[in-house]
Design a protein around this ligand. Structure first.
Ligand SMILES: *Cc1c(COP(=O)(O)O)cnc(C)c1O
Length: 453
């Protein structure tokens, strides 16, 4: 071993020790940094050095000033945005992958990545009980994956009309229409906007009081329409009525896409009945980095027609003979890390029963929070079908003040939202580290804040 090697190993050892100290403290840390800690972030504002500085010194700076300034979403008391924590199995796989430094574009670039991601793809489709012939592209986010799915949808609908999108683009093409839920996630709208579907032209399907598309008020669909549905609305956790609407949409020849960023994982548990009929859609997006508790930049686009996805995302030099199972032909990136591997590691470590019990535990904990907060005098605004609790105090001022005080305490963190034009807050249970005791502490704290403020 030469000296450079020694330095590398010492540095990684140091990083591991610092990571270990961080993880040992996630239970006690402030969930969100206080003002003094945030001010310490100024230490990073150095001029770009002319001469390289010692890496150990950089690591120390990152840990000493950076670790305290994290939002402790990898801890048990973070209830914001369904972000989830990271399972040890997934984190460990990620560590090993860093040493490999693989480019996961195809088998030739990385045999191990292509092999493990192919298995991960199969397991994801099985865990979510989606059509087994579907292709799975591992993308950075549900946002990027939705963009990919909709691009494939548009290209397919146009080709059914004899239009060659790849050659002729959109100018002069038959119009492809889009119908989305009134409650569609902002990132679905972003994907549509980026793809050139003008927001004024997108048709909005009205929702019922729970935030689900109302089948009785559905806009018309035809064979040139992409219909975007939702599995897990961000505020209420509710599901669109797939069983009622997907057969109708498919009979009309429309393409159905489902945004299931977090909620689709309910299908891998005893809550699966909420997703009944979702497997009839044409494409789905879901995240690993939310409810499956894998590290960030781990999401999936799943497409029933594998060839439709592979040809829309084709990046083979020999253009039309694209390998349908190379990841570079199933998502946006060409060079990328094997982000399907932490997803494989999580599924392997949990197994079907482990995924189900994590999801079910979070749902039960959300119900426990809802019950506790109702007893404490709060209004719980949703039915708490899965892991989301939408909460309001008697007045808007009280709601905002309580949320701000809870955030400032560093004990817990959850985010604000607006529901039916009034402020509310949203508590998401999605960390594998959260126990019933953490949940009870949250309820006690909110009960105390409600009477004190
Ligand atoms: C988080 C979320 C998204 C976006 O997912 P990213 O992975 O953050 O891009 C889309 N839809 C829903 C319902 C979400 O909760």
């Amino acid at each position: 071993m030469n000296n450079e090697n020694m330095d590398e190993l010492t540095l990684l050892e140091e990083a591991n020790q610092r990571a270990r100290r961080y993880l040992e403290s996630v239970d006690e840390r402030r969930v969100f940094p206080d003002a003094a800690t945030l001010a310490n972030l100024e230490a990073f504002d150095e001029p770009l050095p002319d001469l390289g500085r010692p890496p150990l010194d950089g690591l120390r700076l990152l840990d000493e000033r950076g670790s305290p300034a994290t939002a402790v979403s990898n801890g048990p008391r973070y209830f914001g945005f369904v972000v989830g924590a990271t399972l040890p199995a997934a984190a460990a796989a990620e560590r090993l992958m860093l040493a490999w430094d693989q480019c996961a574009s195809s088998f030739d670039n990385s045999p191990v990545s292509a092999t493990v991601e192919r298995i991960a793809a199969r397991w994801v489709v099985e865990a979510l009980d989606l059509p087994r012939e579907s292709a799975v592209g591992f993308g950075t986010s549900a946002t990027a994956c939705t963009l990919v799915a909709i691009a494939a949808a548009r290209r397919t609908l146009l080709s059914r009309k004899g239009w060659d999108f790849d050659a002729d683009g959109l100018i002069g093409a038959p119009e492809v229409k889009v119908v989305i839920s009134e409650m569609a996630h902002i990132t679905v709208k972003k994907a549509l906007r980026v793809l050139g579907f003008g927001m004024k032209r997108v048709v909005v399907a009205p929702v019922d009081g729970h935030g689900r598309i109302d089948p009785d008020r559905m806009p018309p669909l035809d064979d040139m329409t992409i219909f975007c549905m939702q599995a897990g609305e961000v505020n209420t956790g509710e599901f669109d009525p797939f069983a009622a609407l997907i057969p109708r949409a498919r009979a009309a020849g429309a393409w159905v896409h489902v945004d299931g960023a977090f909620g689709l994982w309910a299908r891998a548990s005893s809550k699966g009945f909420l997703t009944e009929g979702v497997d009839g859609a044409d494409s789905w997006t879901t995240d690993g980095h939310k409810w499956l508790n894998t590290p960030y930049d781990g999401a999936m686009v799943i497409c029933r027609d594998a060839a439709a996805l592979a040809s829309a995302m084709n990046s083979d030099a020999a253009y039309l003979s694209g390998a349908q199972d190379a990841q570079k032909n199933l998502n946006l990136e060409f060079s990328r890390r094997p982000r399907g591997i932490p997803i494989w590691a999580a599924l392997r470590a949990l197994g079907r029963s482990g995924v189900a019990s994590m999801i079910e535990r979070h749902c039960a904990q959300a119900s426990r929070i809802a019950e506790g907060l109702r007893d404490a005098g709060y209004d719980v605004l949703n039915r708490v079908v899965i892991n989301q609790v939408l909460v309001r105090a008697a007045t808007d001022e009280h709601t905002v003040a309580i949320r701000q005080a809870a955030q400032a305490s560093g004990e817990v963190w959850f985010g604000p939202t607006v529901w039916q034009s009034r402020p509310a807050f949203r508590i998401s249970v999605s960390s594998w580290r959260t126990t019933d005791e953490h949940v009870d502490r949250l309820v006690d704290q909110l009960a105390e804040l409600r009477t004190r403020l």
